[in-house]
Design a protein around this ligand. Structure first.
Ligand SMILES: CC(C)(COP(=O)(O)OP(=O)(O)OC[C@H]1O[C@@H](n2cnc3c(N)ncnc32)[C@H](O)[C@@H]1OP(=O)(O)O)[C@@H](O)C(=O)NCCC(=O)NCCS
Length: 182
């Protein structure tokens, strides 16, 4: 699915939202490594981001060509800032087709001025327009900033998995599951 390019002014910043193009592959690989190292709230450590630029290019093409998933990149004043995406749960079976799963991350220096909120609002609207009924996500229970944003956008907590994530120093965090009716 393609997200048509959109430009918005946000607190003095010129924001562009658009789907990735194959030429973004190297930038996205680098970004995933950086953002995974910046915060402990994403699924992978930086050393796990070891796919090639060519593999990332194929991933971009498959996302853009799919009918049930979308990826949106955000640029702030021309600089790449982060991405968000959704994917239908219908890949697990027909009874899950009304549900979609969300992911979002921004490079740390582009957080805190409303960009995450803007991206999620657009992503949720796109999902609604495509006929999805329910948005879902999981979030590390210590990720206060993300949880606050999701609540503000109408997500409700529907479960908690303790010890979901184990870190190299032996400590754990849990995951909270959240859902929003579209
Ligand atoms: C989580 C993330 C997407 C949020 O995006 P953001 O652009 O930083 O968030 P916003 O600036 O849109 O702020 C969201 C809201 O939460 C509030 N908020 C921020 N930090 C907060 C905190 N620690 N406690 C409570 N509220 C907080 C803000 O005031 C804002 O509310 P407002 O819109 O009413 O002013 C972004 O910080 C990020 O990518 N972080 C790193 C990766 C990550 O954690 N991804 C999510 C994985 S589930």
């Amino acid at each position: 699915m393609i997200y048509p390019e959109e430009r918005i002014m946000l607190r003095g910043h010129d924001i562009t939202l658009r789907s990735p193009i194959p030429e973004d592959a190297a930038l996205l690989t680098e970004y995933l490594r950086t953002v995974s190292g910046e915060c402990p709230y994403l699924m992978h450590d930086p050393d796990e981001i070891n796919f090639t630029v060519e593999e990332e290019r194929e991933f971009i093409n498959s996302r853009n060509g799919s009918e049930d998933s979308v990826m949106i990149l955000a640029f702030s004043d021309g600089e790449f800032a982060g991405s968000c995406s959704f994917e239908s749960m219908g890949r697990c079976g027909k009874r899950y087709r009304h549900r979609m799963d969300i992911g979002i991350s921004l490079l740390e220096r582009f957080t805190g001025f409303g960009l995450g909120r803007l991206m999620l609002e657009r992503l949720l609207q796109k999902a609604k327009d495509e006929g999805f009924e329910q948005a879902e996500l999981s979030v590390v229970d210590e990720n206060e900033r993300a949880i606050a944003l999701y609540r503000k956008l109408g997500f409700e907590e529907c479960g908690h998995m303790p010890r979901c994530n184990k870190y190299e120093d032996g400590t754990y965090t849990g995951d909270i599951f959240m859902v929003k009716l579209l």
